[in-house]
Design a protein around this ligand. Structure first.
Ligand SMILES: [Zn+2]
Ligand SMILES: [Zn+2]
Length: 166
């Protein structure tokens, strides 16, 4: 999905749901720890969303996956426009359900390293709903925690299962 298509998709979601478009939507090459990020101001004037940035990994992700991440960031943006900073809480999840976004947890951060198909070696699945919650291209401490049963899935707070691809 190219940058223009990402901007257009996000803008259409704004139009459909009656919120103004953010002052800036762009690919941010320095964004490596998350696939997307909404920055906002929280001051005496209240909460004001400012910019929406996406990782360059979005450019090479498959379109359906990228659109889901855009919906995820839009859900944050939409709620911030209403003055609500809910994180990945109940309001956030119910709005995600309303707009058909499947990534309603912390997956956008959790799996940021490896959303490009074929590049990752490890995939982590929720044992309750079978959703893929993270991917990794190499071993890391988080993966060790998952395998020891210490990390729960963001979607169901359930145990995770690791699959290793060769
Ligand atoms: Zn999020
Ligand atoms: Zn789940």
């Amino acid at each position: 999905m190219n940058e223009r298509a990402i901007i257009e998709y996000f803008g259409q979601l704004c139009d459909e749901h009656g919120v103004r478009r953010p002052r800036e939507i762009k690919i941010n090459n320095r964004l490596t720890r998350a696939l997307g990020r909404v920055q906002y101001e929280n001051s005496f004037r209240g909460i004001i969303p400012l910019t929406v940035h996406f990782s360059k990994l979005m450019l090479t992700s498959d379109v359906a996956f990228a659109e889901d991440i855009i919906k995820h960031e839009f859900a944050h943006y939409f709620l911030l426009c209403q003055g609500v900073d809910d994180g990945h809480g109940r309001l956030f999840k119910s709005f995600c359900a309303k707009i058909g976004c499947k990534n309603d947890g912390t997956v956008a951060k959790f799996g940021a390293e490896a959303d490009v198909p074929q590049q990752f070696k490890y995939e982590v699945f929720c044992t309750n709903c079978a959703k893929r919650v993270a991917t990794y291209s190499r071993r890391c401490a988080t993966l060790d925690r998952v395998e020891m049963g210490l990390a729960k899935s963001g979607c169901c707070k359930a145990d995770c299962r690791v699959e290793q691809n060769w």
